[in-house]
Design a protein around this ligand. Structure first.
Ligand SMILES: NC(=O)c1ccc[n+]([C@@H]2O[C@H](COP(=O)([O-])OP(=O)(O)OC[C@H]3O[C@@H](n4cnc5c(N)ncnc54)[C@H](O)[C@@H]3O)[C@@H](O)[C@H]2O)c1
Length: 260
């Protein structure tokens, strides 16, 4: 198992939730951190906290903004050195009923949850290939393996799984590893954060209590951070935070295979 001590990790959406949990787990192991997020206030708070663990820089970055991505990557390399570990984690939980779908809602949801990951890969993959080393962890969801009725979310997350599995195959010969994190429920503020950041695709009010209760049933962010680091160290292709998805995956695979 690799220790990663002294290496550099770049995280998107790292100021809160799962990203912060991963940052803490890495920081405890002496990994130096470039933490980025679109929320400046949360970012400052995270930076202060993580500085007790390791060397950390913070950068406001909207994952949709390709120019900023490249500029922040250059800044991080100047300040901390080459990035060894990339966590494309930023995301929202958008929602629209089928009759309420619009191009704007599609564009917004895919821009954050899918193109944001593409932008991270496209910023750092060439640098990792040039060095012949690196590891990328993309955050998808259990909803990237088994569909539910939230088409905006599921579409992007299935794509992130496909991107990750394919890139893992393609990039291995360059020494670049890829894992995809498929969390089940994790106790974070993603529903409220999505409402604040992207009100146009926020979850309908009457659905919020049940979804938030579901998220609270899952592990906390520190437990998830430890799981992610352990699974990444073991080179696992898929990283899970619980087994909630198993029966649904079994049902899907059975139905799929029966249809072939
Ligand atoms: N919480 C869960 O139960 C759960 C389950 C499955 C998958 N996920 C995925 O995990 C990832 C992290 O979610 P979380 O639950 O920790 O949520 P969170 O809201 O706690 O953290 C997400 C972070 O991403 C940031 N962010 C949002 N849009 C951004 C943008 N355009 N650019 C940069 N940063 C942006 C937010 O400010 C926030 O700090 C997401 O991709 C989410 O889809 C979460």
């Amino acid at each position: 198992m690799r220790s990663w001590t002294g290496s550099v990790a770049f995280l998107t959406g790292g100021a809160r939730g799962i990203g912060l949990g991963i940052a803490r787990a890495l920081g405890k192991r002496g990994v130096r951190l470039a933490v980025t997020d679109v929320d400046a206030v949360a970012l400052e708070r995270a930076g202060e906290e993580l500085a007790d663990l390791t060397e950390v820089t913070t950068h406001r970055l909207d994952v949709r903004d390709r120019d900023s991505f490249a500029a922040v990557a250059d800044e991080v390399e100047r300040e901390l050195g080459q990035v060894d570990l990339l966590f494309n984690n930023a995301g929202i939980v958008p929602f629209a009923l089928p009759e309420d779908l619009t191009y704007d809602k599609w564009d917004l949801s895919l821009a954050v949850n899918l193109t944001g990951v593409v932008n991270g890969v496209q910023t750092f993959l060439p640098r990792m290939i040039e060095r012949g080393a690196g590891h990328i962890v993309n955050t998808a969801s259990g909803a990237g393996l088994v569909a539910d009725s939230n088409v905006l979310y599921v579409t992007a997350k299935f794509a992130v799984v496909g991107l990750s599995e394919s890139l893992r195959l393609a990039a291995a010969r360059h020494g670049v590893g890829v894992s995809v994190l498929c969390p089940g429920p994790v106790d974070t503020g993603i529903v409220a954060n999505t409402r604040t950041l992207e009100a146009d695709v926020a979850l309908r009010d009457d659905l919020v209590p049940a979804v938030e209760e579901f998220l609270r049933s899952g592990p906390g962010i520190d437990e998830v951070g430890e799981m992610v680091v352990a699974a990444m160290n073991a080179g696992k292709p898929w990283i899970f935070t619980g087994d909630e998805v198993r029966p649904h995956l079994e049902e899907r695979m059975k139905a799929l295979l029966a249809s072939v």
